[in-house]
Design a protein around this ligand. Structure first.
Ligand SMILES: [Zn+2]
Length: 140
């Protein structure tokens, strides 16, 4: 019996994003059919890893997802105000670093798994009173 998933999502462990990522999976048309890896810092673990172990863990898990569930794409979602990242004085330099890391991580995945499509997103947090909105922006 085969268990196929449409995609693998790699996102942060941060509790603020779990419901939003699941909702976003509907926009991505992979709802109910994605494997999930959560790891603080997300793309940084490939582009500027603290250790080779972290990078290899991610690449090995992507490979498992591909072998076991025959996924067609990997969706990487970084987010604003991430505890896995350095602190930034301004939003612009934070964005630049995340976008750079996402693009580099995408290239690394494509290099290791040429048959997989890679999609990159950056989640912006909008605080409105005590309501929090998450807005997913595609990074190309
Ligand atoms: Zn985070």
């Amino acid at each position: 019996m085969s268990h196929r998933a449409k995609a693998l999502i790699v996102s942060c462990m941060d509790f603020r994003f779990q419901d939003a990522v699941n909702d976003f999976s509907e926009d991505l048309r992979v709802e109910g059919s994605y494997d999930l890896i959560t790891i603080p810092g997300v793309a940084k673990n490939l582009s500027r890893p603290d250790s080779d172990e972290l990078k290899n863990y991610l690449l090995n898990t992507i490979e498992k997802s591909y072998q076991l569930h025959d996924i067609a794409k990997v969706i990487i979602i970084n987010h604003q105000d991430c505890g896995g990242y350095e602190k930034y004085d301004d939003e612009q330099s934070e964005r630049v670093q995340h976008f750079t890391d996402l693009k580099k991580a995408g290239k690394i995945i494509e290099g290791n798994f040429p048959e997989l499509k890679v999609k990159l997103y950056f989640a912006n947090i909008k605080e409105k009173g005590n309501k929090r909105e998450i807005d997913f922006e595609e990074v190309k």
